[in-house]
Write a protein that binds this ligand. Sequence first.
Ligand code: P6P
Length: 335
Amino acid sequence: MNRIITLDEFIIRRQKDFPFASGELSGLLRDIGVAAKVINQEVNKAGLVNILGMNGSENASGEDVAMLDVFANDRMKEFLQTSGECAAIASEEEEGFIRIDQIEGKNSEYLVVFDPLDGSSNIDVNVSIGTIFAIYRRKSSSNGPIELEDFLQKGSAQVAAGYVLYGSSTMLVYTTGKGVNGFTLDPGIGEFCLSHPNIRIPQKGKYYSLNQGYYRSYRPGVQAYLKHCESVGIGLRYIGSMVADVHRTLIKGGIFLYPETKSNPEGKLRLVYECNPMSFLVEQAGGIAITTGLTRVLEEKPTGLHQRKTIIIGSPDMVNKAAGLIKENVLVNFE
Ligand code: P6P
């Protein structure tokens, strides 16, 4: 039986990949791992305590906020603000970014962006939800304050990205740009243990994943791809929780799409908090992530923290097929 490798042990071992690493990035990843365990505790008993349901407020994107969203957001902020390893954070649940007072002598270069609980509309019906995070290095001079522009870097500038999936088991999957590794939480010892080393996305998969209910509002190229899937017997799997849908796509192969719709003409998912971290992970596992404009997601320059972006992400053969049909249909009028 192979020896258990915990997340902490793995992070420390991999620190040698960063010759000039001061241990800050390792510390940040460990802090996120602890926050994930605390959030997991609450998610797992959400049905038992009065933490389900909406808390009556709206987030920066004008969406109803669930009580568990607030709990997860508070925990992520608490662990990151006290970690001493990051200079500022930005949450999908908050309007703006939050500067962190540096501990005496510390001058951290790292920024963390996160969606504390993605898919929270599924909480009340016990469907998998997730936390998404990404880490950047500040661009502005370390003598001055963190600026908004530090958070509006292209996704290609991400130093690390990952997600926690609160599902049938709780998994943490992350990359620091040297491949993708997955860890499953062992509740018996309270540790994330290496369960999916060096994840590689299959060249193609059996499922496509998008909200079929919006078919009529998709552009002709996207509709052509859905017709292609139907003609060759590719099945539809859609959970409605990005972390769960992208995780299945990463492990089994497949394609996840959130194209523009009449109600979300720029797409629904946020570039900074959702599209960029997932695109970094999937590319690191050998997959492709593009917009419906056929541009690489990681090369899109964010114009704002809450900017939305279309996304087509997954197995190379399937994303390339979708891109080909979009290209062929680009001149067809979008009525
Ligand atoms: P729709 C969840 O609300 C979310 O932000 C993502 O996790 C998910 O992929 C998407 O929205 C689902 O959106 O419009 O299909 O309900």
